[in-house]
Design a protein around this ligand. Structure first.
Ligand code: CAA
Length: 260
């Protein structure tokens, strides 16, 4: 499928989607969000793909937020629609039956931080910058930032970032728990692919159920979450991969998972 605003690649069980609007520092306009939804659906439907890496083209920016030139003249209804388009895209990332890693290679501002937070985890380059600068534009985060950021780093820290609009470095973002790991810019892609390959070598159904178990269990009481975990754990035992994984261990060889 052809994309005007994305680079799209599948190799070694890893799908890579890179927002490709470097002249606008990879800002997200409506067209790009729609293409992202199509790309995510294509990756969801492809059984070869187990891990998705989301990044930005170039060495300056991951995603510098929603497109300000498109938003400037929006009326209220158009802004609601735009916000909802962002929400459905981020929801699609969160619910994808594949692991999604954000490789943040520069500015992740506004919608950039928000989309990264919807991924399963974030790796960043040393020059990455995170922030919610929307209040400097007379608006506030509209792609879930007021919801996911407090859940990620706590209410008080999230409020400080959202109310000041200040940028933080990759190191600070790691200290806050937004970012898992920080790499020199030149090794971000390679290190992200290394971890993606490790995940892709594991039982695909087990990884998918583990993602759902963490995410679905996160918002419910512990007892409820543990019950959901037990049911999903049981579901693993209906798969050929569980028999293969445990047999391979006992036969002291590498498993050959089939995703069945
Ligand atoms: N939307 C549209 N265009 C953008 C953009 C954005 N979010 N961010 C950068 N650009 C464009 C600039 O307009 C500029 O275009 P021209 O060359 O045509 O003038 C080009 O990208 C390069 O940007 P700068 O010249 O500004 O580069 P810089 O190095 O001086 O600054 C920056 C980099 C600090 C990231 C600065 O571009 C910036 O502050 N960008 C806006 C960041 C922002 O406020 N993001 C939040 C958007 S609102 C949002 O996301 C709402 C939401 O939650 C849904």
């Amino acid at each position: 499928m052809a994309y005007q605003n994305l680079l799209f690649d599948i190799a070694d069980g890893i799908g890579t989607v890179a927002v490709n609007r470097p002249k606008a520092l990879n800002a997200l306009n409506t067209e790009t969000l729609r293409e992202l939804q199509r790309a995510l659906q294509e990756l969801e439907n492809n059984p070869e793909v187990q891990v998705v890496i989301l990044t930005g083209v170039g060495d300056r920016s991951f995603i510098a937020g929603a497109d300000i030139s498109e938003m400037r003249d929006m009326n209220s209804l158009e802004a609601i629609r735009f916000s909802k388009l962002g929400h459905t895209t981020l929801d699609q990332i969160e619910r994808l039956g594949k692991v999604v890693i954000a490789a943040v290679n520069g500015f992740a501002l506004g919608g950039g931080t928000e989309i990264a937070l919807a991924c399963d985890f974030i790796f960043a380059s040393e020059n990455a910058k995170f922030g919610q600068p929307e209040v400097t534009l007379g608006v506030f985060p509209g792609f879930g930032g007021t919801q996911r950021l407090p859940r990620s780093i706590g209410k008080a820290r999230a409020k400080e970032l959202i109310f000041t609009g200040a940028m933080i470095s990759a190191e600070e973002a790691r200290d806050f728990g937004i970012v898992n790991r920080v790499f020199p810019a030149e090794s971000l892609v390679e290190e992200t692919r290394r971890v993606a390959k490790k995940i892709a070598s594991n039982g695909p159904i087990a990884v998918q159920l583990a993602k759902a178990s963490v995410d679905r269990g996160y918002d419910v009481p512990l007892r409820e979450g543990c019950h959901m975990e037990a049911v999903a754990f049981g579901a693993c035992f209906t798969t050929m991969d569980q028999k293969e994984g445990m047999t391979a261990f006992l036969e002291k060889r590498k498993p050959r998972f089939k995703g069945k």
